[in-house]
Design a protein around this ligand. Sequence first.
Ligand code: CA
Length: 225
Amino acid sequence: MERKPLVLIVEDEKDIARFVELELGAEGYSTETAFDGVTGLSKYRELNPDLVILDLMLPVLDGLEVARRIRKTSNTPIVILTAKDSIQDRVEGLDSGADDYLIKPFSIEELLARVRAHLRRVNPAVTGEVRVADLVMNLDGRELFRGGRRIEVSNKEFELLELLARNPGKVFRRDEIEDKVWPDYQGGSNVVDVYIGYLRRKLEEKGERRLIHTVRSIGYVLREE
Ligand code: CA
């Protein structure tokens, strides 16, 4: 069942909020708007949107605090929209857990492109695909491609890669991976390392760059280096 992704816009400048709402609506998204931080947060909790567009300078509760509170309980993508453009503000925005940062005045095309990209990353149901770097996972057909080259993998290899690829940059502990992909195993096995080895061999068969990295004495992470 295809569902329209819901985008929550938290922005006290009503003209901007309305403009973004109209543009997102035209692209097929559902939208909700809040004009201050507290209302934004309560709408967030009530509606569980797929993505949040968040202004920083907001009445009642500022955007940084809204982002921090959302991040305590979820990894919903947050795109910050703001007129503040110093390096310090950018760092704070990203430290608060936001995924992205756009400076006003922004181009609506760029905002829409970033919304699409973040939704694809966290919500592959929207496209049925997970894409990271030159990797494409087709979830419905269970097909895997790297730079257009089709790679045959087993179901477990696919599940393991999907877990990592849905969360690029996130470090997974071995036992976490084992719990998720091999829930029937007792733990303490080396199944994760073995399967990571299989995947690396297949993903790097043509001399491609490494995507699955070992984090010493912790586990593994998928990222472009
Ligand atoms: Ca504002």
